[in-house]
Design a protein around this ligand. Sequence first.
Ligand SMILES: Cc1ncc(COP(=O)(O)O)c(C=O)c1O
Length: 360
Amino acid sequence: MSKLAVKGGKPVRTKPYPKWPIFDERELEALKEVLYSGVWGIGGTKKKEFEEKFAAYQDARYGVAVTNGTAALEVAFRATGIGMGDEVVMPAYMFMATASAVLYVGTLPVFVDIDPETFTIDPEKIEDAITDKTKAIVPVHIGGCPVDMDSILRTAEKHDLFIVEDACQAWGTEWRGRKVGALGDMGTFSFQSSKNITSGEGGMVVTNDRKLYELCWSYHNCGRTVEGAWYQHDLLGTNLRMTEFQAAILLVQLTRLEEETKRRNENARYLSKRLSEINGVEPLKKDPRVTRHAYHLYIFKYDAEQFRGLPKDRFVQALRAEGIPYSGGYKPLYKEKFMLNLVNTGSWLENTEKRRITAA
Ligand SMILES: Cc1ncc(COP(=O)(O)O)c(C=O)c1O
């Protein structure tokens, strides 16, 4: 074997990866159209068109386009009516926004372990986390891999819980032939810079439920009412509206999604086949009920024992040296400092920082 790059050898990959995001003249034309129309925000047609097209793409009836995926989660949680004293069950392994959005509506996230074969929430362990304060379950389709929604739907029905799907990495993902997002009560999507379709920032809530749609719409639009007057604010809302520029770019990006998802799946199949040949790294298992994966992330398992006990961070360092930009994965959320601060001090600031701010 040739010398590893981390030990001074030649990296396996020196060729740069393709540029991201993908765009062409069509995005430019769409932006110009909005620019010259002079209607850059409310009153334009692009946001509404994108809401309708993206919701339909996800097999949902309604969509509310917002500023980002975190905002989409917050809007969805507000629409459920959860608040102080309630609990929301979610996986421990995911991006922090799912938990922060729950905390921002004054509710407590309750973490459940993931299934090590799929890295999504272990449906068998959800029952143990449910108390009489639980109001919702948040299945997170991490990396674009759908959660076992049959099981989630059964549990939610049994305990009368809302399901808010975090589909922020799962555009086009399918569970048994149905797109995720509106399999539960609501689903949230992100269009942030790294995402499979992007406008730099952006998000959406989708649902099949008219009442929830109206609540989401109202909350993201200053508490206005769908058919109401401009200065009529029936609910306490805020402004989380997507701009016409974002929607215009996303309408073009959406036209590429099918082809790109197909390519991601082909590439993932090839990578899984080749990784399976290496002792110590193992692709995740694919449930036969997963009819389509978005492959936003490609996740695999690392077995240090097969690498003479080499810790994962050293393995990641070696991969990076070879020119493979591996992120290293998420930390379980309950180990993140902001969570530990909350648990230990009841604040999102450390005590020392709190003191400094108070003194100032
Ligand atoms: C699983 C998950 N949830 C929520 C979010 C939040 O989305 P955004 O970054 O658009 O606020 C992200 C984005 O990274 C995500 O990956």
